[in-house]
Write a protein that binds this ligand. Structure first.
Ligand code: SF4
Length: 274
């Protein structure tokens, strides 16, 4: 029996020869979803398991929506509705980032058929580098506060017409565009061994955004203030160049390139200078 199906609904391809054979006999296939639950930040986490009937093209959000509407575990126990964060559902807001089968990614773009082609159980956990608010919902405020720390914006007074902005060369546009794709999801921070819940490292996303705005003709006005923040405790010198950030970034941002970009100078780390 496929481990991802319940005994009562073992309608896997192995049982019926193919998914269409299962559909032909009118029996639902299910996938088991294991969710790490934590009703309050102070509660010890525990696991609950749910069986969700499969529908074509399901993503992890649709699994969660089914469970929210039917909050009964595979043991038949009525439970509370699992909580998660989401908004755009098109991999733009980054809110639904969580650990899916141990890998940090967005639940909206995680298709069940790709995450679990053999219908083995799917595990969902909150990211570990941010404080848990409830269940799969974490507080990413540290990331947004660090973006404020490096002034990741273009300082423009929008109260009157400033006319057209300065011309930007094609080459600079091509350098900056990939950096502008960041969705502040936190995947790079979750995967980074240098970024911990208790230290002050700003992490790859923030360094990359500092570079994006340093290389903007108007944004460069704040270059010195950004560099001061990036050379302070938790700044760019804390990067260990593990490269995990590049592996998990859903927008393929050249994060290691940003870390060593000329627009992000660094001071010698005290430990390294000894
Ligand atoms: Fe997410 Fe990539 Fe931005 Fe990091 S750099 S927050 S992984 S989009």
């Amino acid at each position: 029996m496929n481990p991802g199906t319940t005994a009562a609904t073992d309608t896997s391809a192995a049982s019926f020869g193919s998914p269409s054979a299962a559909a032909a006999v009118g029996v639902e296939r299910t996938v088991t979803v294991r969710i790490k639950r934590q009703p309050t930040p102070d509660t010890a986490p525990f696991w609950e398991e749910f069986a969700v009937p499969l529908r074509p093209n399901m993503n992890v959000i649709s699994l969660l929506q089914y469970i929210a509407a039917h909050p009964t575990t595979t043991e038949g126990k009525a439970t509370s509705t699992p909580v998660w964060d989401s908004a755009c559902l098109e991999e733009v807001c980054g809110a639904c980032t969580m650990l899916i089968n141990g890998k940090t990614r967005q639940a909206c773009s995680a298709l069940v058929e790709k995450v679990s082609p053999d219908l083995s159980p799917i595990t969902l956990e909150p990211m570990t580098k941010f404080p848990v608010i409830r269940d799969l919902f974490v507080d990413r405020s540290r990331l947004f506060n660090d973006l404020k720390r490096v002034k990741a914006w273009v300082p423009v007074d929008g109260t009157y017409d400033l006319g057209p902005g300065p011309a930007v060369s094609q080459k600079l546009q091509e350098t900056r565009y990939p950096l502008s794709r960041c969705i502040s999801c936190g995947c790079c921070l979750e995967a980074c061994p240098q970024y911990t819940p208790t230290n002050k490292f700003v992490g790859a996303a923030v360094i990359s955004q500092a570079r994006l705005f340093n290389e903007d003709p108007i944004g460069s006005a704040l270059k010195d203030e950004r560099l001061e923040a990036l050379m302070d405790e938790g700044g760019v010198q804390d990067c260990g160049k593990a490269g995990n950030c590049v592996e998990v970034c859903p927008k393929q941002i050249p994060l290691l390139e940003s870390e060593s970009a000329k627009s992000i100078p660094r001071k010698e780390h005290p430990a390294k200078s000894r």
